[in-house]
Design a protein around this ligand. Structure first.
Ligand code: OOG
Ligand code: MG
Length: 261
């Protein structure tokens, strides 16, 4: 287990990089013996710093939940992070590129919970029973690591590259729907650039939410009612720059969009 002072210093370094939009080397380069608990301890310390400044927790995210994403980033298992109100962009709103290092967008299915979800033992059925509705979600990721190169422990410490997100469209109840065959189209500047279906995420996107609830349960946390949960990029992430307009259509759930300025 890392020393508390090391954990605090790493969280400060990652927080400062995000605040100043500058990158850093991945932390496992200097701390090769860091374990999973250390990585999540750094993430917890980062969250505490941001919440001390007044940010509110609004939900959680699962990442690296599709083979497209795992292949793109060269890793082999999902990771989990948190979402704050300071990450949220209104539907159709602006994202300022000057505040980010090297942003990319991901098409996701966002779950909004009507009831608390608590692991262990959480499964797809429990997730669907607790879900009020799903929405179209675009996550803007922005790794604080140079050239977006990291390993799993480094990316966990960095709150799984979370930077901004937008959700919107037409709230879609899950009852009577098959989220595996729910299609998505991601458009950049009016051109369709990525396509997929819910099954790209671990066979069913609710699996990612169940894994997240079980992960939190093991740490004594849960997903409260009202949480928004990003279930993970369905396709590879797409790089964006100022001037880009990104639009996500989710079959049966309308669409959401974000402008990069
Ligand atoms: C890590 C975060 C991945 C997703 O949806 O797969 C993620 C990264 O690729 O930088 O949010
Ligand atoms: Mg994501």
């Amino acid at each position: 287990m890392m020393q508390a002072s090391t954990i605090a210093a790493l969280a400060t370094r990652l927080d400062d990089c995000a605040l100043q939009a500058r990158d850093t080397t991945k932390i496992t380069d200097e701390h090769p013996d860091m374990d999973w608990a250390d990585a999540y301890a750094v993430q917890d310390a980062l969250r505490a710093r941001q919440m001390e400044r007044g940010a509110r927790l609004v939900g959680c995210k699962a990442g690296l939940t599709s083979f497209a994403k795992m292949r793109q980033m060269g890793v082999d298992s999902p990771v989990f992070g948190y979402l704050l109100d300071t990450h949220a962009v209104p539907d159709g709103g602006e994202c300022r590129c000057a505040e980010l290092i090297h942003p990319k967008v991901e098409p996701e299915i966002a779950f909004v919970l009507g009831r608390e979800l608590k692991g262990p033992g959480c499964h797809i059925g429990a997730v669907l029973a607790a879900t009020d509705f799903v929405l179209a979600g675009i996550e803007v990721i922005d790794s604080r690591y140079r050239d977006f190169k990291f390993d799993l422990k480094s990316v966990i410490a960095d709150n799984t590259s979370a930077a901004r997100f937008v959700v919107g469209g037409q709230p879609m109840p899950v009852y009577g729907r098959d989220l595996r065959t729910t299609g998505i189209v991601l458009e950049k500047n009016g051109v369709p650039v990525a396509f997929g279906a819910g099954a790209a995420v671990l066979g069913h996107p609710a699996t990612a939410v169940a894994m997240l609830a079980n992960h939190l349960g093991a740490r004594g946390e849960s997903l409260p009612a009202g949480s928004v949960v990003l279930s993970g990029g369905i396709t590879e992430a797409v790089a964006v720059a100022a001037g880009d307009h990104v639009h996500l259509r989710v079959q049966g759930a309308g669409s959401t969009s974000i402008r990069f300025v």
